[in-house]
Design a protein around this ligand. Sequence first.
Ligand code: GLN
Ligand code: ZN
Length: 761
Amino acid sequence: MKNVHTHILGFPRIGARRELKTALEAFWRGDASAAALEQTGAALRARHWDLQAKAGLAFVTVGDFAFYDQVANHIQLFGCEPERFGFDGADSELVRYFAMARGERGCCGAHAGHALEMTKWFDTNYHYLVPEFSPETRFALACERLFAEVAQAQALGHAVKASLIGPLTFLWLGKEKAADFDRLDLLERLLPAYCAVLARLKALGVEWVQLDEPILGLDLPPRWRNAFEPAYWLLGQSGLKLMLATYFSPLEENLSLAARLPVAGLHIDGIRARHELASVADWLALPKVLSVGIIDGRNIWRTDLDRAISVLRPLLEKRGGALWLAPSCSLLHVPFSLEGEDGLEPETRSWLAFASEKLGELQTLQLALGGGDAEAALATSRAASASRAASAHVHNDAVAARVQALAPGADERSSPFATRVQRQQARFDLPAYPTTTIGSFPQTAAIRAARAAFKRGELDADDYAAAMHAEIGYAVARQEALGLDVLVHGEAERNDMVEYFGEQLAGFAFTRNGWVQSYGSRCVKPPVIVGDVARPQPMTVAWTAYAQSLTARPMKGMLTGPITILQWSFVRDDQPRSLTALQIALAIRDEVADLQAAGIGIIQIDEPALREGLPLRRALWSDYLAWATRAFRVTASVADDSTQVHTHMCYAQFNDILADIAALDADVITIETSRSDMELLDAFGNYRYPNQIGPGVYDIHSPAVPDTAAIVRLLEKAARVIPPAQLWVNPDCGLKTRAWPETEAALANMVAAARQMRLAA
Ligand code: GLN
Ligand code: ZN
C-alpha cells in the first residue's frame, strides 16, 4: 500500500499580479482602508489555497501569509512588540505592525519609534524584521490573526496544516538588546506561549502543525542544540502532530538530533541535503513521517521528474510505502507562475517551473509513485530535460573552450600593487585624499521617463542617446564644478546594476512578471542565467568614452562584478555556481579590456554581493571565497599596471573575510563606514590592508547633508588607523536614490573636508 501525500511549506503571498503590493501601498498612502487591505489579504489567501487544493495537496498551508513579513507576524502572535515603541491600547494591531515594519510616521534615526532592523533570511534575498529581545521580554498569545486564517481556510472547506516558525529559530533570528544577556534564556518563557498557540490550533480541529527550524542546518553552539529536545518534548504534549521542517542546508551533526526529536514528522531539504536523505530514511523511527523536499524551492527550473522518482523510490521502500513530498523550502523564494510569460523564448519557457507549476510537479510525482498513470506529464518533463541538455541556448562551445584554456595565472595582474601604485600615480597625479563617488547620480523622473519611452519604442535610439548624453554632460559638469578628482558618468542609462548587464550578455533570460518578495511590498525580478555566458559586444564603452570626452579629469568606468551578477540572478542548476561565475567573469573581463583600450584609466568593478554569497556553514566558506575571489581577479587582471581597478561593497562586516578582500587585489576598495563611525577601519588597520581604501564618509540613505566638520572628524579618525597615503574620500554608496540639491550640497562639503585634510597634512 502506497501512502504518498503532498504538501508545501509556504506559498508566495504577494499575488500573481503583485496585488498585495498594490494594496499595501494604497493603504500606506491613505488611499485605502484597513478593511480593504484585509479583504485583499483574505482574497489572496483564498486563491492560493484553492491552487493548493486543486493540485491535490493533502492540506493547504496556513500561517505563511503576512502583510509584511512572517517574522513580524510571530512578534505579534507572541506579544513581544518592543517596549520602545510605547504602544498603548489606542493603537490597532495593524498600526502597531506597520510601525514595527516601517517606523513610526515622521520619525527617524535613533528615535524610539524607528523601524525594526531588517536582515536577510538565511542565504536568501528575502529580508525579515529582526525581533528585539531583552531580559524584560515577556511572551503571551497576543494575536488572533493566525486562528482567523485557519478558520477562513476551514470555512472554505480545506484541510489545514498550520505553519509556524519554531521557537528556537524564532529566538535565533532575534537580536539581544541588553548586555550580558543570552536570548536563549528566554526559551522557558517563550514555550508556554507556543503551547497556548498549539492548544488553540488543536481546539480548531487542526491535526498537523509545521514548525520551521532551519537553524538545524547551521553551525549551532552546543547550548542551542541541547535546547531542542526539552523544548520539543514540551511542545509534543500538545497532542498535535508536529512536522519539524528543516531547509536550506544539510543537517550534518544535527541529523541524529533532528531524527530523534519527539515529533510526528521531519522535513528534509532534498535539494541541498540530498546526500542525507538515505540516512534520515534509516534513522527516523518508522511511525514518523518523512517529508522529502524533492522540488527545488529556491530555483525556477522544472524538476527532472524521472530523476526525482529514482531518488524517491528507495526512500519509499525504506519508509514502508509512506512518504510526504514537498518543495525543498517555502515557495516564497520563487515567482508566482509562468502564465503570461510569453515574452520568453518558448524552448526556454519549457524548462521553467514557478510556484504554481511546482504544485503540478508534486501532483505528478504523487501519481507516479502511487502507481497511477502519470506518463503524459512525465513525457513532457523528459522532453524538457532533453531539450535543455542539448540546446544551443545553453551550450556554447566557444565559452567552454575559453574556460578550459584559462591559464592558472590568468587571475593575476602583471605587477604587484607596490609597482602598480607608482605607475598609476605617475599617470593620474591625484592629490592626497582624492575624492570620488560610487557611480550613480540622481535618477530623476526625466531619466526614468526617457528610459521607459525608449523601452516602449517611443523614443528612437538617436533621441535616447541624445537624452542620455545630456544627462552625462550634466553630471560631468556638476562634478567638475564641485572639484571632484575622479569623475563618473552617473549611470543614467541603467535601471538596475545586474539587469543592465544581463540584458546585454548572452546566456540570460528575463521574465515579465517573475517577481519575488524582497521585503514588505518590495519585490525583485531576478534575471535567469539560462546558458553559457558570453559578451557579444561592448556594453558600457560608448557611454563611458563619451563622458571621458567631456573632461580632462579621469573618468571612472563602472561595471558590476561576476559574483554580484551571479548572486542576484536565478542560476543554472546543471553546472556548479563556480563555473557560471567564471563565465561571467570572462565576459566582464572583455569589458574591462575594451574600456581600457578606449582610454579609460580607472575602472570600478562593484561587488556588493560578495559577502552575502557566503555559505550557511562555516566549513564551506573557504571553498566559496577561493572561487569567488578568483572570479573577481579573472575579471580585473586584464587591467594594465597603469589602469587603476576599484571595487565597491556596500556593507561594513569585513572582519572575518579581510584576507579574502585583500586577495581581490583591487587597487582601491570603497566601502560603507559612515554609519558605523569608521569602526570597521580598525580591522583594516590591524590587518595592515595593503592597497587603497575609500571609507564612506557620509550615509547616502538619508537626505540629510553632512557638514564639513563631521566629515573631517571621520577622516581624521580614519587617518589614525590607515596611513593617509592609502585613503580616498567618497560617499558610502551610489547616489541614485537622492535628489540633486542635497547631493551637490553633500559633495561640496565632502570636497571641502578633503581639502582641509590636505592642508593639515
Ligand atoms: N555603482 C553602483 C551605484 O553607484 C553601486 C551600487 C551598489 O553598490 N549597490 O549605484
Ligand atoms: Zn554600495
